[in-house]
Write a protein that binds this ligand. Structure first.
Ligand SMILES: Nc1nc2c(ncn2[C@@H]2O[C@H](COP(=O)(O)OP(=O)(O)OP(=O)(O)O)[C@@H](O)[C@H]2O)c(=O)[nH]1
Length: 283
């Protein structure tokens, strides 16, 4: 635009310049350029950004051309400058309107997502930070509920615990972050190997507990064995060197008799301790 004006017109003298118009039109041009820069800096690429940026570019161009004719005098017969000044403005405003419409749609979708997430967080305050599983307190609450239900329906209820052997050594050898990755992989693996009605929680550190409704002791032992096998065949590779980690876990299973959640968990931990005692130890 500047080049076309310079090629066809003459620069006005100082006295000919209307500074009021320069401030009004030039200020608007500068502001629209600032908006454009801010927009491009703050938004990710995409349709909404493209529409808003194109719209603001047209608005800027229109005001910029308007400002230029305050400094450059064009020949009387030139009419194209009118087009350059006015035509981009409605096009820009149209594009901005379209952009704002899509921005509104986008905001609605984001708000919906946020409210869903907020609900999730509100409901899942008791969830573990590392894995997508309920933590100890959640397990206790759910177990108490499941025990009451099992009692009401006269159905058996069992628990299975899976505890990684020598997990401390993984942390020490590969670092805490790799230990975290193993716990996350374990959570996914155990979830994959459980049934829909089972509830898996992370009791503490490397200890996972599954609540198995309508399950007797024999079936719970079978499930415990399957989970142990699944862990043994887990092909976890370290993030740094891609080295294969061989993970083993101890398991135990108990069926609820007339006891509360705390007593049942205590019995489960005792059974696990017995299973751990049978492990060959290096040191
Ligand atoms: N990376 C990681 N480590 C954890 C986390 N929570 C607990 N730990 C570690 O897990 C380890 C558990 O140690 P132990 O209870 O002795 O278990 P272990 O080393 O598997 O020993 P055994 O169970 O007797 O085979 C400790 O070193 C804790 O620091 C966690 O969220 N991330």
């Amino acid at each position: 635009g500047l080049q076309i004006y310079l090629a066809t017109g003459e620069i006005k003298t100082w006295a000919e310049i209307n500074w009021m118009d320069v401030a009004g039109e030039g200020g608007s041009a500068v502001l629209s350029l600032v908006w454009l820069i801010m927009l491009l800096h703050s938004r990710p690429a995409g349709r909404v950004t493209r529409l808003l940026a194109l719209g603001l570019s047209c608005v800027f161009f229109s005001w910029w051309m308007d400002t230029l004719d305050e400094f450059i005098h064009l020949p009387e017969q030139a009419i194209w400058d009118n087009w350059l000044e006015t035509a981009p403005m409605p096009i820009g405003l149209l594009l901005l309107t379209l952009g704002i419409y899509h921005l509104n749609q986008e905001q609605r979708a984001i708000s919906q997502q946020m409210s869903k997430r907020e609900k999730l967080f509100r409901e899942h305050r008791l969830f573990d930070k590392l894995t997508p599983l309920g933590a100890a307190e959640y397990l206790r609450q759910q177990l108490q509920r499941a025990l009451a239900q099992a009692h009401e329906q006269a159905q058996p209820l069992s628990l299975v615990v899976v505890d990684i052997d020598d997990f401390n050594a993984i942390n020490q050898r590969y670092g805490q972050a790799e230990g975290d990755a193993v716990l996350q992989a374990m959570a996914q693996l155990l979830l994959l190997n459980l049934r829909r009605q089972d509830l898996l929680c992370r009791l503490a550190g490397d200890r996972f507990v599954a609540v198995l409704p309508n399950t007797g002791e024999a079936q719970a032992r079978l499930i415990a064995g399957e989970l142990q096998q699944a862990v043994t065949s887990l092909a976890h590779r370290t993030e740094q060197q891609g080295e294969r980690l061989y993970i083993h876990a101890s398991t135990a299973a108990v069926m609820a008799i007339d006891e509360n959640a705390e007593q049942l968990l205590k019995r489960l931990n005792l059974c696990l301790a017995k299973a751990k005692q049978r492990l060959p130890r290096c040191a």
